[in-house]
Every structure is written in structure tokens, then in C-alpha cells.
Design a binder for this molecule. Sequence first.
Ligand code: NDP
Length: 461
Amino acid sequence: MSDKHFDYFVIGAGSGGVRSARIAAQHGAKVGIAEASKLGGTCVNLGCVPKKLFAYGADYGYHFEDARGYGWDVPKSVPFSWKKLIANKNAEIDRLNDIYKSLLENSGVEVFNGFAKFVDNNTLDIDGEKVTADKILIAVGGRPRKPEFEGCEHTIVSDDAFFLDDIPEHVVIQGGGYIAVEFAHIFHGLGAHVSLLYRGSLFLRGFDETMRLALSEEMKKSGFDLHYNCDITSVTENNNKFIVSTTHDDEQIETDLVLSAIGREPCTDNLGLDNTDVNVLDNGQIEINDNYETGVKHIYAIGDVSNSNNLTPVAIREGHALADRLFDNQKDRHVNYDNIATAIFSAPPCATVGITEDEAVKQKLKAHIYDATFTPLKHRLSGRDEKTVIKLIVDPDSDKVLGLHMMGLDAPEIVQGFAVAMNCGATKADFDRTMAVHPTAAEEFVTLRSCRELSDIDFVD
Ligand code: NDP
């Protein structure tokens, strides 16, 4: 046994790993954690937090325009400093890195700044230093998947977008998921012209179709250049510009930046997993059972490396539950995966919880659909031609609300609260007897009266 022997060793100090290490240490375990990069992982350094800060920055582009209708004499062109935004964002991330460090140290977790590799089922090599542990957690997360077309070396991925020297005049974005749409909003709001190329017929596959269509319409109105059924075939460089060739034969786009946002993949290579009996699936994910156990009973995996939710709160809950289960004897500790609410920080933003109308059709449910489209009060004076769209999907037999969707101002803040209600089994009658907060957009959810049967239209994929 090495000098450095731990009860629990966590590989990866992202949201899930840090939570698990901290809670295990608070339960009295001797815990170590290894991180090759900055503490806090993707969420803090290259994901949720800096993305949201950028999205707030981009929102101001809209706020300045909207303010005119309220009497503010905002000049047509308001100077914007990308360098200042980056510097302030970096300072905030540094602050968060320090908080993560203190959280770990104050709980008694030993932090190793290095890359951990398995030597065998119980031993890790961290840049030359050997440690052993009774239990090991793999919480190394994921990273952006790189594209493979000709000239793909000229593209950046979301990790790089957080450190650009300047805001480009024109950006081409490949993909139609969260990251593509959120970065489209960020670049557009900060003044760039954005062309988004999505290989399918409508972006945000998996979200409710009404919301996808509504957001697509709003983005077109705002001046986004949306190309559906279109993908990049090659990128070439020409005089400090890039020429993007697409699957539309006659279409080439000249641009300053190409961002590829085609999904994320687990960081399982280079971990030395071949030296263990941990099973890695074809997509790179670590195979686990319901208790987060890999093929090796004392090696566990949580978060993006072992599931496809790719959501910070999921990894945190999993890490916490595992530590409670292993070191506080809470044998039945489980994570509730029902009604996971999620948001897209676009303009306007979207948020969703529960099943979509398309899923209700696929599952042949007898659902009732309540929906409404309206102009939010704010835009009566701002003059912005932007709608809010809301939808409830209700099971007519139990009256339970099965799905709730919104595209419109403050949607992420609003939907979080309704997700609690849905986890408590809220029915349409519960919504109806709840007094409205007036005047808000959220009140529309408790005043929806007329419904329709499920559409038997064909949904796009
Ligand atoms: P997503 O899986 O959301 O979207 C990937 C997109 O890329 C899809 O539109 C997909 O198309 C397209 N795509 C995949 N492969 C190719 C390819 N080879 N060529 C062209 N297009 C391709 O991934 P993201 O990268 O946007 O985000 C990763 C994950 O991170 C998300 O799933 C989400 O869980 C998480 N995330 C969450 C956020 C939030 O909560 N606000 C924000 C950002 C990320 P198709 O639909 O046809 O498959």
C-alpha cells in the first residue's frame, strides 16, 4: 500500500467530483481529488457560468434597443468592449476557482494538481506520484466533439470561444443543439452577424416543436441567418477570412470565425482504463449500474462521463448521493431523475420540463394541450416584435401536468418553480386554483382555460 492511501479518491474536480469529495470528507472519509486543469470543471471554467455571463452581456444588446420605447435616449451605436467582458469574466471565474479550492481544503480533502491515470484497479499515477484508494470515483466529464470535414483545423469549439481576442464581425456556427443556439445568441447580441447551419430541418431536436418553431421565427426576425438541412463540407482560409462550403452546392459563406458545436464526448481516453476492469462503451461513456458502480465494484462513475444528460445539477446530485451512500450508510439514497427542467439561454430564452407534445403523440397518450401565444407587456412599449409562447400538456384522466414549456422573457426563472410543482404531482386543477401574480408572463400558466386534443400532425424530427 502506498504512503498516500485514501478511503476515497476522486478523479476530476468538476461540479460532481467536488461535491462527492466534499460530502465524503464531511462524513469522515480520508479523501483525495486530482484535477489536471482548473478547479470547477466545465461548468465553472468552460460552460454554464462563463456562457451565462456572456449571455447576460449579449442581452444588453437587446435591452439598449428596448429602452428607447421607455424614454431612454440610447444612441444608435453603444460602444462595447469585448476585452473588458473577457477580463471581468476571467476575474469572476478566478474567484469561483478559489471558492472551490477553499471548499475542498476546508472539508479536509487533499487536492492533487495533476492528471490521474489508473495503474491498476486500486492504484493511480498522478504525474508520477502513486496513490491508492479503497474506493475511486471517475468524474472527469466531457469535452466538445471535434468535426471531421476538410479544413476542420480552422474551426473552434466552445472551449475556445471563451478566450477569443476579439468579437468577430461574422460567425458561422455548425450544429443545432444547446451550445450552437446559445452561442448564436451570444455572438449576435454582442454585435456579430451569425449564420447557423443545422443538418436537420429544425434545430433543438428533442425540445417541444412549438417552442423550436417559435424560437426559429424570433431568431429570423432578429436577423439571424438560419440554414436548415445544411451542413459544412469544408473550410478553407483566404486572406484572414474563412470560406465555408456547405451541402447546398451553390452556397459558400465567407466568415471570420467558424464554431463547431456538434455535441460533447466523455473524456475517457488516456485514463489508463485498459489497466482496470472498467467497461467503456462504444460512445466513450463508462458503463455503470443504478448505483454508479462500474464493472469494478469499488470504482464508480458519475456525471457526463457516464450519462448523456450533460447537466451540472445532475452530476452534483449524483456525486452527493454516492458519497452519502458510501460513507454515511444511506443504502437507499437515490437521485430523482423525474422532471429534469432545462433551459436554453437564447433570445428570447426557452425552458422546459416534462414531456413534449411530440413525445405524447409517440407514446399515444390521450393528452390535452393548453397553449397560448402573446406579446409580453414589456414589448408593448419597447416596440420589439417578439412573442412569448407557453404550453401545458395534461393527462385528462389523472389531470396531472405532464409537460410545461415556455419560450419568452424569464422562461428559465419561471420554469424552475413549476418543475417543483410537477415533482409534487401538480394537476391542472392545482394550477387553476393558484392565484396569479399580476402582471407577469408566468401568470398565464395558471389562467389557461381552453384546450385541444393532441395534434395528429407529423412532427419534424
Ligand atoms: P447537443 O447534443 O445538444 O447538440 C449537438 C448538435 O450537433 C445537434 O444539433 C446535432 O444534430 C448536431 N450534430 C451532431 N453531430 C453532428 C455532425 N457530425 N455533423 C453536424 N452536426 C452534428 O450538443 P451541444 O454540443 O449543443 O451540447 C452538449 C450538451 O451539453 C447538451 O446535450 C446539454 O446537455 C449540455 N448543455 C446544456 C446547456 C444548458 O443546460 N443550457 C448549455 C450547453 C450545453 P442532430 O440534432 O441532428 O443530432
